[in-house]
Design a protein around this ligand. Structure first.
Ligand code: 3PG
Length: 209
């Protein structure tokens, strides 16, 4: 499992977090992001069409690595797996998810925002974690502080990250990649401006880690 989530983290410096109404926008969006150099994409399970969107990307955009985000329950994890999700992301973690995710058997990036949450997930065997919400929970300085006592955890900070502060996170040794919606803003999705999204993806893909 670890090597599989590592492949997602290694794919690009940024995992775009996208919220789409359904398959119609999801496919050209995933193509634009991949063309810009960001193959991994987190589709949030926040719209009724999210699972259909995930399924459409998995089936029609082979160059993309489509994962499900906002996974709050084992039931959602199973539904995302059935839709073809390559990985799962949660804003936090619960006892039920920690137990249930093993049966789902898909790479999972669980969320943590405190040292105790990081340690609990570490005890459960999860050494790759989403730091969420990154900016609100302490930002790059917090992750720097965790680096010494928790050196074996690699983070994907997400929440409040933009083109302006992404590099601060990516320069840290315990950051594998960052996540964020800035590369696929709702306005550009609504306007179906895939060229503009590809341009944002290109700039994000050029960030160094
Ligand atoms: C989310 O789950 O909403 C992500 O963390 C995206 O956060 P952002 O919109 O602040 O990038």
């Amino acid at each position: 499992m670890l090597d599989k989530i590592d492949r997602v983290i290694a794919a690009a410096p940024v995992i775009p977090v996208v919220t789409v109404r359904g398959a119609e926008d999801a496919v050209p969006l995933a193509r634009a992001l991949a063309a810009g150099g960001l193959p991994a994409v987190e589709v949030t399970l926040r719209t009724p069409g999210a699972l259909a969107a995930l399924e459409a990307i998995a089936k029609n955009v082979p160059e993309a690595i489509a994962g499900a985000g906002t996974v709050l329950s084992t039931g959602q994890a199973k539904a995302a797996a059935d839709a073809g999700a390559a990985f799962l992301v949660s804003p936090g973690a619960t006892d039920d998810l920690i137990a249930g995710i093993r049966a789902v058997d898909i790479p999972w990036l669980p969320g943590a925002a405190t040292a105790s949450e990081v340690m609990r997930l570490r005890e459960a065997g999860f050494f790759r974690q989403k730091f969420f919400p990154a900016e609100q929970a302490g930002g790059a300085a917090m992750l720097k502080g965790w680096g010494a006592p928790l050196p074996d955890i690699v983070f994907c900070p997400t929440g409040g990250i933009t083109a302006a502060n992404a590099q601060d996170y990516l320069s840290l040794p315990n950051v594998g990649c960052v996540g964020g919606s800035w590369v696929a803003p709702a306005k550009l999705i609504a306007e179906k401006d895939w060229a503009a999204i590809e341009k944002l993806a290109k700039a994000a893909a050029a960030l160094r880690r």
